[in-house]
Design a binder for this molecule. Structure first.
Ligand SMILES: Nc1ncnc2c1ncn2[C@@H]1O[C@H](COP(=O)(O)OP(=O)(O)O)[C@@H](O)[C@H]1O
Ligand SMILES: O=C(CO)[C@@H](O)[C@H](O)COP(=O)(O)O
Length: 500
């Protein structure tokens, strides 16, 4: 039997998945790492942590493997998107990585519009200037840490840096490059025009390859450290959402995905490069060749729940925190939550807005708060679904993945809030499954990703919307949407009191 490994470099943890040629998940190991939030709006991680934790996870996986390691033929990656890693000419990391959920760059987004123009930016990159994307971060370093940028020889995205440490080869690939705001998405080329207009050296952009492309074998030292065979082939990999889409078989028009990890996304497959959403949702290159996807993003989805747990119920397991969730009525006994802990992307590109609990009552217990957090996250994702439906898409079935898909009651809440059938897959690790599939397809096991998906993905359970619940959630959703409008000005006033 042959095997592949999918590495998902997430925001909360790295997960490594061993899958065999029959598409069975044989083992998985996960190692978490911290997030540094030194100031309001800041979010950073240390690239060395990603490498150390991935090495430790692979070492553990290989130690438990009782076959011949040379049968592990290939390895590929899924990575948290947009994070900026800067390397000097000796390829040493110059500063902490600035992550996708870091919103310090509102000023740099304005500069991009001034220098490139909104229409030209949208025409080349298919996306608006949002704080989370990579180019605003590069411009922030240029403005506030010019000595750091002066030393930089290349910028990298998180999983591309990890792959570099395993292979000694520097590359980026289309699906993650699409989230930098420096890629001509339709032509799959770095945009020299944008680099020139914003004053970023074109040489900083790494060479581009396709997600399933073979980029080299692992280095001898990485093989020695992990126990993997030196012949293990490495394939480029993709952005976590592109991999989540592959790992959930979102490989044809009409398919929709909801992923609740640290962030939350609703994503829809696009066959063509020229559908026009006017920048309301993200438009990126898929991990499948010449395909695309559109996506709405809730910045703090699973993060809202983990923030709530870490702040008010430290060391309590999610399973214990959510025990009794299904006994709390819809609407959490009159409590509404908006998940704007770090600002928001879809539908409000707003770095200043912050979260709220509305309707706190002396009778509320911790489980009411937990239910309102979960309902609030789901309402936020429903705002993306609303944009897709308004554009004419039919969304009646949604594949649900990520940490949020581990809880049955939450899956039913998704069905009722989205008013759609929710499908849970046999593994909720969509991005790591997608990364494994890129390695399997890259290794030549299948002639297409779709053929691979037929073997590697399977439905586990379906949750149907319950009409009575759908109606209640429609009423609550209207109230939920009011909260953004009613708290926008309040948050602008509070901004100067935040940790700066
Ligand atoms: N048992 C659970 N029930 C509900 N939600 C969970 C559970 N376990 C994890 N989560 C949620 O999933 C999130 C992590 O999801 P994951 O897909 O692993 O994230 P990432 O890829 O960003 O590291 C946590 O922040 C938490 O909100
Ligand atoms: O910023 C985005 C997508 O645009 C996020 O989806 C990140 O890619 C992080 O993903 P998770 O760690 O939540 O999976």
């Amino acid at each position: 039997m042959k095997y592949v490994i999918g590495v998902d470099l997430g925001t909360s943890a790295v997960k490594v998945l061993l899958m065999n040629q029959e598409g069975k998940v044989c083992d998985e190991v996960s190692k978490s790492y911290p997030l540094f939030q030194e100031k309001s709006g800041y979010s950073e991680q240390e690239p060395v942590e990603w490498v150390d934790k991935t090495t430790a996870a692979l070492k553990e996986l290989v130690a438990k493997f009782d076959g011949d390691v040379s049968d592990i033929e290939g390895i590929s990656f899924s990575g948290q998107m947009h994070g900026l890693v800067l390397l000097n000419k000796d390829h040493q990391v110059l500063r902490n990585a600035i992550l996708w959920n870091d919103t310090r760059t509102t000023e740099q987004c304005r500069q991009i519009y001034d220098l490139v123009g909104e229409d030209q930016l949208l025409q080349i990159t298919k996306n608006p200037a949002l704080e989370g994307f990579t180019l605003p971060k590069l411009l922030w370093v240029k403005q506030y840490e010019p000595e750091v940028l002066a030393k930089a020889s290349v910028f990298m995205l998180p999983k591309d840096y990890l792959r570099y440490k395993m292979t000694d080869q520097i590359h980026s690939e289309y699906s993650d490059a699409a989230g930098t705001l420096l890629l001509n998405v339709a032509e799959k080329k770095w945009s020299q025009d944008i680099c020139e207009l914003v004053g970023i050296d074109f040489e900083l952009c790494p060479p581009l390859v396709a997600p399933h492309e073979f980029v080299g074998e692992i280095t001898e030292s990485f093989a020695n450290e992990t126990g993997l065979a030196k012949t293990t082939k490495v394939f480029a990999g993709g952005a976590d959402n592109a991999c989540g889409a592959i790992g959930s078989a979102i490989l044809s028009e009409g398919k929709t995905l909801c992923s609740i990890g640290t962030s939350g996304v609703v994503l829809s497959y696009e066959e063509t490069k020229d559908r026009d959403f006017g920048g309301k949702v993200h438009y990126f290159n898929h991990g499948e060749e010449n395909a695309f996807y559109t996506m709405g993003v809730t910045l703090a989805a699973g993060y809202s729940l983990s923030w709530f747990r870490d702040t008010f119920a430290k060391d309590v397991a999610f399973e214990d925190l959510l025990a009794g969730l299904n006994e709390v009525p819809i609407g959490a006994n009159g409590l509404l939550f908006t998940p704007y802990l770090v600002g928001e992307r879809t539908p409000y590109a707003d770095a200043t807005i912050r979260a709220s609990f509305i309707g706190m009552d002396g009778s509320h217990e911790r489980i009411d708060f937990a239910r309102s957090v979960i309902e609030g996250i789901t309402f936020s994702l429903n705002e993306s679904i609303e944009i897709f439906r308004e554009s004419g898409k039919t969304i009646d079935t949604i594949i649900s993945i990520g940490g949020g898909a581990k809880n049955e009651t939450w899956l039913q809440i998704q069905a009722d809030v989205f008013n759609a059938k929710i499908v849970k897959l046999s593994s909720e690790q969509g991005p790591a499954v997608g990364a494994s599939m890129l390695a399997a397809y890259g290794s030549g096991w299948f002639t297409s990703l779709q053929e691979c998906a037929n073997v590697f993905t399977a439905e586990d359970k379906v949750y149907e919307p319950i009409p009575e619940n759908v109606e209640k959630y429609k009423t609550l959703f209207k109230l939920y949407k009011e909260v953004y409008q009613q708290t926008k000005l309040l948050n602008e006033g509070l901004k100067s009191f935040r940790k700066n």
